[in-house]
Design a protein around this ligand. Sequence first.
Ligand SMILES: [Fe+2]
Ligand SMILES: [Fe+2]
Length: 211
Amino acid sequence: MATTTRSKTNRTDTPPRDSHGRFKHKSAFSFDRQTGAIAAAAVAGAAVGLAANMGRKMMMQSPTYMAGNWDDALKAEHKATLALFDQLEATGDDQTTTRSHLLMKIKYSLSKHALQEESVIYPAMREANDAHDADDLNGEHGYVKSYLYELENMAKDGPEFLARVRDFRALLEGHIRNEEDNVFPRLRASMSEEQNKKLTMAMNREGLKLA
Ligand SMILES: [Fe+2]
Ligand SMILES: [Fe+2]
């Protein structure tokens, strides 16, 4: 009589076992060497990425940090931004890509600058009973954003473009003069050296967020 029973030794679908008789197959949750290596590489890659990003941020913030006290640092940023305006005003109507690129750089530098002033310096002015100037300056920052919005959406090859850039610069220079000649020296003088140092550190921490 024919039998359908197969010998155990002939079965080919039995999973392989190790020398201790344990199945060699992996469970869905097993964490083999290769997976571990890939995961470790991903973690290491993320850490390198984070470190590189922090390095880049430190580099972007370093001119401000190196300039010293908070008001000197803000002055250095004013100067650097006006230098970008010089470059923009020197462009011709056919240099539309350069104009867009410089506008982007001006927007970046003014955004970081505004974050430092609005989040740290102007609040310190309000604490020092100078809310009136802080609110005025904060309001002017709103018009800075309006100019940037307008220029970004304007044709870059028309004669109106540079005329609007010059209007923008005039507003900015008046704002800067008020900060550098009146408001900031008053705030600096109203605080101790220790308080000024703390304000400088707080401002650099804030700047790093957007650097
Ligand atoms: Fe300002
Ligand atoms: Fe400023």
